[in-house]
Every structure is written in structure tokens, then in C-alpha cells.
Design a protein around this ligand. Sequence first.
Ligand SMILES: NC(=O)c1ccc[n+]([C@@H]2O[C@H](COP(=O)([O-])OP(=O)(O)OC[C@H]3O[C@@H](n4cnc5c(N)ncnc54)[C@H](OP(=O)(O)O)[C@@H]3O)[C@@H](O)[C@H]2O)c1
Length: 192
Amino acid sequence: MKNVIILGASGNIAKHVIDILVKKDDINLTLFLRNKNRLRNNDVSKCRIVEGDVLNINQLKEAINGQDIVYANLSGDLEAMAKNIVKAMNETGVKKIIFISSIGIYDVPVKLVLKPYRKAADVIEASNLEYTILRPTWFINADEVDYETTRKGEPEKGSVISQKSLATLITKIIGSPENYIRENLGVNKPNS
Ligand SMILES: NC(=O)c1ccc[n+]([C@@H]2O[C@H](COP(=O)([O-])OP(=O)(O)OC[C@H]3O[C@@H](n4cnc5c(N)ncnc54)[C@H](OP(=O)(O)O)[C@@H]3O)[C@@H](O)[C@H]2O)c1
């Protein structure tokens, strides 16, 4: 069994990821979120639900302890959150993190709204963790799985990505984390 924790489990993309992961028999899923009433999934009966704040290092450490994979689906003060996550993972010996950032964080100059996403990515990259950072384009609600990735340093492509596509990629990484170690990937719908 693989122990997976989702930080920010009430988020849009997390909802799709949860729907995919609850159907898998080899995943023990922990949902970490500030308010469990904000969960929008129909079936979370097999999940462990932990109410907590990523900015509270003790709550975070306790929840991360014993996990194999941390998937961070957060918004807000992302730099402070990334620092706490790295600290909690270092102190509990958990290595694998998937962190959702954004397209445009390596643009010069970087847009003000994207600065927290860039800073968070810098914090994760500076760690010794086995990270996968994802930089998706803008979300659409289309019921489709159609995506491509670009590596760091390559020009980012496309303008949109379906939430379902991003969730599918995230669950693929959770399934084979060894294929995505210390990767920082742009994600977009081809020809969008
Ligand atoms: N929308 C787009 O087109 C787009 C494009 C590229 C990247 N992104 C980024 O991709 C990421 C994922 O997107 P999304 O739509 O799934 O995000 P989202 O729906 O805004 O989810 C973020 C989650 O973070 C949680 N959160 C915030 N502060 C927290 C804290 N201190 N402790 C615990 N949880 C906390 C929120 O929970 P609460 O319910 O407690 O508030 C929320 O559920 C976001 O950073 C988003 O900005 C979005």
C-alpha cells in the first residue's frame, strides 16, 4: 500500500484527483484540509480526513509522518507553505512531493500575481526532496484528458488545460513517482 496525503484537499484539482485515487486499492489516502465541510467528493469513506492548516508546522508534521507521497494543491501564501512542507518532510523523512505551481513563473519580469508561485517553486527546488513541480496553464472544465508537458528551460506551450487532464497526470505521477524525480514540468493541452 502507498500512503498518499493531499494538502488542500478541498481544492478544485484535488477533487478530481481524489475521485480517481479512491478507486485504487493500493492507495491509502489522507485528506488534509482546513475545513472538512468544504470537501466536494461524493465518496471519501475510505479516506482518512485530517483538519489542519499547512501554516501550522505541528499539524503538518503529524499528518505527513508515515506518508510515501505528499501532493500539495494549495493557494495563498505559497512560499511560507512550501517552507513548512519542506521542513515537515525533512523532519519526518518523507521524500516525494508533487507541488502545483503555475505557468509563467519563469517569465521576466514575473507577474506580481505569480511571484508566490515562483518563490514556492524556488523553495521546493532548493530542497533535497524528490519533487515534481507542475506548472499548468489555465484550467478549463472540459471532460477530456489531453495534455502534453514541457521541461524546465523549454518554452511553455498552450493556453489551457482541463482539470481532468491535470488530475490524470498527478495520479500517473503518484502511480510511478520514480519516473518524475526532480522534474519541473509545464502542462498544457496540445495546440491550445
Ligand atoms: N485556475 C487556474 O487556471 C490555474 C492555473 C494554473 C495554476 N493554478 C494554481 O493551481 C493550484 C491548484 O488549483 P485549484 O483550483 O485546485 O486551487 P484551489 O481550488 O484554490 O485550492 C487551493 C486549496 O488550498 C487550500 N488552502 C489554502 N490555504 C491553506 C492552508 N493554510 N492550509 C490548508 N489548506 C489551505 C484551500 O482550502 P480552504 O478550503 O481551506 O480555503 C483550497 O482548497 C492553485 O495554486 C492555483 O492557483 C490555477
